[in-house]
Design a binder for this molecule. Structure first.
Ligand SMILES: [Zn+2]
Length: 217
């Protein structure tokens, strides 16, 4: 698991330069902390962008496959099903709920905790016994797509559990530049946006508000 996680982090560094899909362009580069915690990047795989749009990088099997492959969480030739992408989005939304609760110091949704623990413990390791009428008994793993997605979910859930309990969690915050709703680990007490793009937008909004106030006075 450790090796996969490091590989995921390594892949994410190179990914910044190689994101090419239209959705990926609409989303700012990984937020501070996402390079260390793949689960933070996972939580940020859906984002509200200006213009009332919501971009979901896991909204189809192809998009979800690309997201996993780019982070070294699935092999290049992986082909996920609709069901697999749905499972990823489900855990992603639960992870967001838990991060929000951690930031607010609010009680966690017990269902979200259960879902995370369920993903964490369901690592497909055992090959099951099959019995061919002609060839006899043999062992084979579950369907590759299911196995890939369960493995990725286990890694992401383990990382989320680590993120939520690490000292870094004290610095978790939501991006302060509406409409962005990504999460980040603050690197500076006063910096609370997830990207240069969001910081620029927040500054422009403040300047605009000042001008409008001055004009009204
Ligand atoms: Zn942001």
């Amino acid at each position: 698991m450790r090796v996969s996680r490091l590989k995921a982090i390594d892949n994410m560094r190179t990914m910044k330069e190689t994101q090419t899909s239209e959705s990926a362009r609409a989303v700012p580069p990984p937020a501070p902390g996402a390079e260390r915690y793949p689960s933070l990047d996972f939580a940020n795989s859906v984002v509200s962008v200006p213009g009332g749009r919501r971009v979901d990088l896991l909204d189809s099997p192809a998009a979800a496959t690309r997201w996993l492959v780019e982070r070294g969480l699935a092999p290049e030739d992986a082909r996920l099903w609709d069901f697999c992408a749905g499972k990823l989005r489900g855990l992603r939304d639960r992870t967001r709920t838990l991060i929000a609760a951690r930031i607010e110091g609010a009680p966690a949704d017990p269902e979200a905790v259960d879902a995370l623990n369920d993903a964490l413990t369901r690592v497909p390791t055992a090959s099951l016994l099959h019995w061919d009428p002609v060839g006899g008994p043999y062992r084979a793993a579950s369907h590759p797509a299911t196995q890939i997605v369960d493995h990725a979910l286990a890694l992401l859930a383990a990382d989320a559990a680590e993120l939520l309990t690490a000292p870094d969690a004290e610095r978790l915050t939501a991006c302060g530049s509406p409409p962005c709703d990504r999460y980040l680990i603050r690197t500076h007490p006063r910096r609370h946006w997830c990207s240069v793009r969001c910081g620029d937008r927040a500054r422009a909004a403040r300047a605009y508000a000042r001008r409008t106030r001055a004009a009204a006075d």
